[in-house]
Design a protein around this ligand. Structure first.
Ligand code: SF4
Length: 434
């Protein structure tokens, strides 16, 4: 067994232990009295929640885990029986179905009821409806943190002031009420300092994909890398330890010239470097990944790995400006960016990561991601001179994953890239871009 493999085992093990311990604490919360805050991934205020000693629960993470464990079809059917339409986002139905089926979380323990529903509104209307339903179910306190959309492609000073004011006047008092603790800015700063270190480590991991061969898969593999920072662990000591370990592991892998571990084995012979826009499909995650890895395709950058923060474009939490930095963080999440900014981001990835192509995975459920994706595809094609691919399925509703269809489209796309390579040489992009 190589050193790199041992390193990989270490970070995977750490993540597993962290998750198990977290869900165990959640299961025991009704007895221990620890307070529980349900919140969403984009724009989450984990450092603040943790500074009050409360435990975050991320419903989207539970839904995607249910998808990966083959449980989402049953949960969705349960929600549809209760009257939720087929058109509703499958994360929502999966979560509601799970709640109606005993609320058993990803590690097999029961999830506690929320003491607070903290909705950071980063552009998804469904988030609001989702928490309205949970509020009806649990009757607990709810806070709505409104994040202005980056309509003009930047966070304006009054956006920042508006969000900061809400955090100060709405979110902090609610956390004080439910936990019985007083706001402690020093604790928050300590968490933010750790977040900053963690974000540095994550960026090094993601940017390692600039190397050839890439030591990571920045779409499928990155799902595991971003899990802790997007969920309950940003700013925690165990989160910081995990990212240190992960960075070291990837550095060793890169130094050894190894590719990522994939369902087709270690992918060192990489024929196609791709940039991917959109979310993964969770019900067929491994099969979907294998369709890429079997063809020697590796994702070198993705937008999904930025839904919980666009750190690779420079943002870091700033412990010296605790409330302002949280406002900037919320405003900068990928789903809060307008289409021109998203197109610029994708085109920059194609260039900086020397991609051979790019692909949009559009999911039926998610308007936040899918709205405008065809226009985005055309725009990135114009900016890079590369043809893109467009495939469709869903997040956690297995009825919308057609393996044959997806495979056909991918194979045609790889054939097209191969043909371009024959015409333009090995670096199709550099020769073809305008
Ligand atoms: S529509 Fe998209 S962003 Fe909104 S809840 Fe569903 S998956 Fe999340």
């Amino acid at each position: 067994m190589s050193g790199a493999v041992l390193q990989k085992d270490r970070s995977m093990l750490l993540q597993k232990e962290m998750l198990a311990a977290h869900y165990q604490r959640l299961a025991e919360a009704p007895e221990t009295g620890e307070k529980v805050v349900y919140t969403f991934v984009p724009g989450n205020l984990t450092e603040l929640i943790r500074a009050f000693g409360a435990l975050p629960v991320l419903p989207e993470i539970n839904a995607l885990q249910s998808g990966m464990r083959g449980k989402s079809a049953g949960y969705i059917a349960e929600a549809e029986r209760a009257g939720h339409s087929e058109d509703v986002c499958s994360y929502v139905k999966c979560d509601l179905g799970m709640a109606r089926s005993g609320n058993i979380g990803p590690t097999g323990t029961r999830l506690p009821k929320p003491d607070l529903l903290l909705l950071s509104y980063t552009g998804c209307y469904t988030f609001m409806k989702w928490f309205e339903l949970l509020r009806e179910e649990y009757g607990c306190e709810t806070v709505f943190l409104h994040i202005p959309y980056q309509g003009d492609g930047r966070i304006e000073p009054d956006h920042r002031a508006y969000v900061t004011k809400q955090v100060k006047e709405k979110v902090i008092p609610a956390l004080e009420r439910i936990t019985g603790r007083t706001y402690d800015e020093d604790l928050l700063k300590e968490n933010l300092r750790r977040s900053r270190e963690t974000e540095d480590d994550l960026v090094k991991v993601l940017q390692s994909a600039k190397q050839k061969p890439s030591p990571i898969d920045a779409f499928f593999g990155a799902v595991f890398y971003v899990g802790p920072i997007f969920s309950a662990f940003r700013g925690t000591p165990e989160g910081a330890a995990y990212y240190r370990s992960l960075r070291e592991e990837i550095e060793e892998r890169a130094a050894a010239g190894l590719g990522p571990d994939t369902p087709s084995g270690t992918l060192t012979d990489q024929r196609y470097r791709l940039v991917v826009e959109g979310t993964p499909n969770w019900t067929h995650f491994r099969d979907f990944w294998k369709m890429f890895s079997d063809e020697g395709a590796v994702a070198v950058a993705s937008t999904y790995s930025k839904v919980g923060g666009t750190y690779d474009f420079g943002f870091r939490h700033d412990p010296d400006d605790p409330l302002g930095t949280m406002a900037d963080y919320c405003g900068g999440c990928y789903t809060n960016l307008n289409l021109p900014s998203r197109a610029d981001m994708l085109a920059a990835y194609v260039r900086e990561y020397q991609a051979d192509g790019f692909l949009v995975h559009s999911v039926k459920s998610c308007n936040s991601f899918s709205a405008g994706q065809l226009a985005l595809l055309r725009e990135v094609e114009k900016k890079t001179g590369l043809p893109g691919a467009f495939i469709e399925s869903d997040l956690v509703d297995p009825r919308y994953f057609s393996a044959a269809n997806v495979k056909n489209r991918l194979e045609s796309y790889f054939q097209m890239l191969e043909a371009r390579r024959r015409v333009h040489g090995s670096s199709a992009l550099n020769e073809a871009a305008p």
